[in-house]
Design a binder for this molecule. Structure first.
Ligand SMILES: [Zn+2]
Length: 396
């Protein structure tokens, strides 16, 4: 018997699958089919069908179940000319995918027919190495890393919570990190504010943070806001970012951050710490509750001791700040379930996490009916650093 040639194999593969032309493929994609690109990275860099999922042919069987878990979902596979996609279609059918087609003529025909395509922004070889552990995760991958690099995140405070959050967001490749802080590094900060160093005592915290971040990852642009947030600057500063991470330790700023993020409709990833206990949640304005749905107004001062009086275990903000940073990354990537409507409570002494369900208050003074449309009439007077859990309202 003569040896089997690649031509024979291709003919066999094509005999067992359905092929469509580029016009039919485009229609399928418009109706919700997955466009699956099985070419190599250097080919993809030259241009792609917009929205296509990229899995190189060699990884197809390993990655398809993560990328397209639903085996009944239609998939239009393309390569450069229609041969590799035929083999790929056969492989997916063997894996139980029921509605798979191979695009005749592949991307070359697609482009030749004048159908829409785009050149993807691609990672540099340096970035491919740096973020290789992200690229291996299907939920992140190339597209996710690009989202991280393009994201703009504002950290309010380069203190206990902002320090670990900034370090990890920088390492993960969040491309723009703004930092609001008007303070200088004090030696009593160093017990927990790990972005600062002993030799930078006396330096502005934003500058110290920038030095640390740039040493970790040159991909990150740091924008220093050497100001105290107030009603006059908050909207202008927040307007430049996608997500706000609240790492403040005082009530006036916390309410100001809440109210500004509600007005601007931007996610507010909140954390607070008190001795051995921490809290974190993600406020998505007008979708989940906001801070004022839970605490309409600051509590009386006698019920909430100030941070300086209360103290905090130096390790605690690491845990809470990283929960916040993880929430930020998930929002950027669009994966997982945010802590929306849920307050995560961490008790370091008991090594326990608990969760409180929270709901929107229709009568909330900030996100409820008849809420203000500017900050002009709102008073922000400072009280202290943490509201005891017992004062939570709106807990389901
Ligand atoms: Zn509210």
């Amino acid at each position: 018997m003569p040896p089997v040639t690649s031509t024979d194999l291709l003919a066999q593969a094509k005999a067992g699958i359905r092929e469509v032309d580029v016009y039919e493929a485009r229609q399928m994609v418009a109706q919700g089919a997955v466009a699956l690109d099985v070419r190599e990275q250097d080919e993809v860099d030259q241009g792609v069908v917009p929205g296509a999922v990229h899995i190189p042919r060699g990884f197809l069987e390993f990655r398809i179940e993560n990328a397209v878990p639903d085996r009944s979902r239609p998939i239009a596979i393309y390569c450069a000319g229609g041969a590799r996609s035929a083999f790929a279609a056969k492989a997916l059918q063997d894996l139980g995918y029921r509605d798979v087609v191979s695009v005749e003529g592949g991307f070359n025909s697609w482009k030749g027919a004048g159908l829409p395509w785009s050149t993807p922004k691609s990672l540099t070889p340096d970035q491919r190495r740096r973020y290789s552990r992200h690229l291996l995760i299907p939920e992140v991958g190339d597209a996710g890393q690009q989202k991280l690099l393009e994201a703009k995140v504002l950290l309010v405070g380069a203190g206990g919570l902002g320090s670990p959050a900034a370090l990890y967001l920088a390492a993960a490749g969040v491309g723009t990190l703004g930092i609001v802080d008007a303070d200088t590094v004090d030696d009593s900060n160093l017990q927990r504010q790990v972005i600062h160093t002993t030799d930078r005592v006396g330096m502005l915290k934003t500058e110290s943070a920038r030095i640390s971040i740039e040493a970790i990852n040159p991909d990150v642009t740091v924008i220093e806001h050497r100001v105290r947030l107030d009603k006059d600057n908050v909207l202008e500063i927040f307007g430049q970012y996608d997500i706000i991470l609240d790492g403040t330790d005082n009530f006036a700023t916390r309410y100001l951050i809440n109210d500004a993020t509600v007005l601007l409709d931007k996610p507010n990833v909140h954390g607070s710490i008190f001795r051995f206990e921490g809290q974190a949640t993600t406020f998505i304005p007008h979708d989940g509750p906001c801070y004022r749905c839970l605490f309409p107004t600051p509590p009386p001062p006698e019920l909430a001791p100030s941070c300086a009086e209360a103290g905090v275990l130096g390790l605690l903000p690491g845990t809470i700040g990283l929960i916040q940073a993880t929430e930020v990354a998930k929002l950027i990537l669009g994966v997982g379930e945010p802590l929306k409507g849920r307050m995560l409570l961490y008790d370091a002494l008991g090594s326990e996490f608990r969760e409180l369900r929270m709901r929107r208050d229709p009568a909330c003074p900030m996100c409820g009916e008849g809420a203000p449309t500017s900050l002009d009439e709102i008073e922000y007077t400072d009280v202290s650093c943490a509201i005891p859990v017992g004062l939570l309202t709106g807990v389901a």
